[in-house]
Write a new protein. Structure first.
Length: 56
């Protein structure tokens, strides 16, 4: 099960640097998590300042 980033994302980029498998990329309006690459470690969710990341 991968993590997802909700619409409340403020595009700060904090999560991208925390991902150990580089599953997070900047999309057109917010950051996105590639479900096929995500290892469900939760590192991104732990650093999100607006709690926009959760398990799918």
């Amino acid at each position: 099960m991968a993590h997802v980033i909700e619409a409340s994302c403020i595009s700060c980029g904090t999560c991208e640097g925390e991902c150990p498998v580089d599953a997070i990329t900047q999309g057109d309006t917010q950051y996105l998590i590639c479900a096929d690459t995500c290892i469900d470690c939760g590192a991104c969710a732990a650093v999100c300042p607006v709690d926009a990341i959760h398990a799918e």
